[in-house]
Design a protein around this ligand. Structure first.
Ligand SMILES: *Cc1c(COP(=O)(O)O)cnc(C)c1O
Length: 350
């Protein structure tokens, strides 16, 4: 059977209004890739899978929520959508808006957006505005603008974004036959952790798939949910989760508590080390934020605070490595140059 996108496949499980008119790029249906080498490196004795969300059409999981939010807006004949973004929401909103014949306006924090994300937003025809402030400032502004003008908000405070993002939990259960024991994922504005928890609960009520415990991971320099208070000037190399005042923070804490899980922080060093390990051991290159869930898992295991033995663990890798090439290229030397002669090549590689 051909794949026709998330709303076609799971639409009957999503609370979307009747007027919804599907706009799809065939998002979702991403692979759940086993990661035995990384599992062994972390001590072994458990099953580890990567839900590789970087393989969505615009390179991040945001497409799952965006197909729902833009489809709902399209059904209302919306002409313009707006969002604040650390980058991936911007690219996703611009792409789906283009397909729906809408205008997309995206507000990004000045100078803190990875190259592949900004390029995407521009390529898809979004109007990009830099704010001399943080993501949190930008989010406050788009909320106000959308209340004042006929412009629809497509950040994850839009409930249809959450509806769309629940589908990843459905896919994981469909692939494994049940929920995993643990789900690890990065937490920024906290829409995704909220959506996963809602999705797993819904599927369990429907199909008895069980529930995972959830390990949410923030970057240490922007960890409001770990610290228990907003962070005024969040800092981290994991720009996708550089958020000091998560819109769905309460729901994230609730997901962690209800699932008997927790929310912890990983340092930038731990995050980048995990990004490197995942690429070198498994051939899966993700952007820094996407490695945070796994970095948190590694940290918990190393600290002896995590009974991994015999467990089935899924780590959500939220965005593709190509989104943020600079983080790799800035630290590397230029590849060696040799003359076009076999002996010169042999000297270098043998
Ligand atoms: C948006 C994003 C996150 C954070 O998701 P929230 O729903 O804001 O918690 C994590 N990783 C990547 C790559 C993202 O684009």
């Amino acid at each position: 059977m051909s794949y026709n996108g998330l709303l076609h496949k799971y639409g009957n499980l999503l609370q979307l209004p009747a007027h919804t008119r599907p706009i799809t790029l065939l998002e979702g249906d991403t692979p759940l890739i086993s990661a035995p080498n990384l599992a062994r490196a972390l001590g072994g004795g458990f099953e580890l899978f990567i839900k590789y969300e970087g393989l969505n059409p615009t390179g991040s999981f945001k497409d799952r929520g965006m197909t729902a939010a833009i489809s709902e807006a399209a059904g209302r004949e919306v002409k313009t959508v707006i969002c604040a973004s650390t980058g991936n929401t911007a690219a996703s909103a611009a792409a789906y808006a283009a397909r729906a014949g809408m205008k997309a306006i995206v507000l990004i924090p000045q100078g803190k957006v990875a190259a592949g994300k900004l390029a995407g937003a521009v390529a898809y025809g979004g109007q990009v505005v830099q704010i001399d402030g943080s993501f949190d400032d930008a989010l406050g502004m788009v909320v106000q603008i959308s209340e004042k003008h006929p412009i629809s908000l497509v950040n994850s405070i839009n409930p249809f974004r959450i509806e769309g993002q629940k589908t990843s939990a459905f896919e994981i259960c469909d692939t494994l036959g049940s929920a995993p024991d643990w789900l690890c994922l990065p937490v920024g504005n906290a829409g995704n952790i909220t959506a996963y928890w809602a999705g797993f609960q819904q599927y369990n009520n429907l199909r008895w798939t069980g529930l995972p415990r959830i390990l949410g991971v923030q970057a240490a320099g922007s960890a409001p949910l770990v610290l228990g208070h907003p962070v005024e000037k969040p800092e981290t190399v994991a720009t996708a989760i550089r958020i000091g005042k998560p819109a769905r923070g309460e729901q994230a804490l609730q997901a962690a508590e209800e699932s008997d899980g927790r929310i912890i922080a990983a340092t930038d060093e731990e995050i980048l080390h995990m990004q490197n390990q995942l690429a070198m051991l498994e051939g899966i290159w993700v952007e820094p934020a996407s490695a945070a869930g796994l970095a948190g898992l590694a940290k918990e295991i190393a600290a002896g605070q995590f009974a991994a033995q015999g467990k089935r663990i899924v780590a959500v890798c939220t965005g593709h490595g190509m989104k943020d090439p600079d983080i790799i290229t800035q630290g590397m030397g230029k590849p060696k140059i040799v003359p076009p002669r076999l002996d010169a090549l042999e000297e270098v590689i043998l």
